[in-house]
Design a protein around this ligand. Structure first.
Ligand code: GDP
Ligand code: MG
Length: 142
């Protein structure tokens, strides 16, 4: 059993503006995802480029960065068994019109850009993304 796996989540500016922080955190807690670190930040273009490096140059990149830098967001580190896959399942498909019933994106997202939440997609990405937003001292890992 791997209880040590960690992932980075972001509650994006649309969800913060729509007062959905509490509802989203409640869904993590109801799923017994352990919250090890959390902060509110306002992304700038440089931070967005670091976090979304793999998408630089894609058709939607400018829209994505404009959105991600449009307001404050909440970043958190979650921990648990198979947490990377379980969080992505709870978030639902990137395109909310295709997201499964009961997922966070199906419940709260507007479109493919304004889709409420981010989650790391594999252990290597999780490790990179966690350390973009948090120092080791900010992660309460016992
Ligand atoms: P995720 O891992 O499900 O967040 O999806 P990706 O890593 O593929 O894309 C990162 C983010 O870029 C998504 O969450 C969306 O906000 C945005 N994005 C991805 N694909 C598209 C697209 O085709 N159109 C638009 N407008 N935004 C997209
Ligand atoms: Mg992704």
């Amino acid at each position: 059993m791997d209880n040590t796996e960690k992932t980075l989540i972001l509650i994006k500016p649309d969800a913060v503006k729509n007062s959905q922080i509490g509802k989203i955190l409640e869904m993590y807690e109801k799923n017994n995802f352990n919250i090890l670190a959390m902060k509110m930040i306002w992304m700038n273009e440089k931070l967005a480029a670091k976090h979304y490096e793999e998408h630089i140059g894609k058709e939607f990149y400018t829209r994505l960065v404009d959105f991600m830098t449009s307001g404050r967001l909440v970043a958190a580190v979650l921990q648990g068994e198979d947490i990377i896959n379980r969080v992505r399942k709870l978030h639902g498909c990137t395109d909310p019109s295709k997201a499964e019933a009961g997922t966070i994106r199906q419940l709260f997202a507007t479109d493919k850009t304004h889709n409420v939440v981010h989650a790391s997609d594999c252990p290597e990405t999780a490790n990179k993304e966690i350390h973009i937003f948090f120092s080791e001292a900010e992660i309460f890992d016992n």
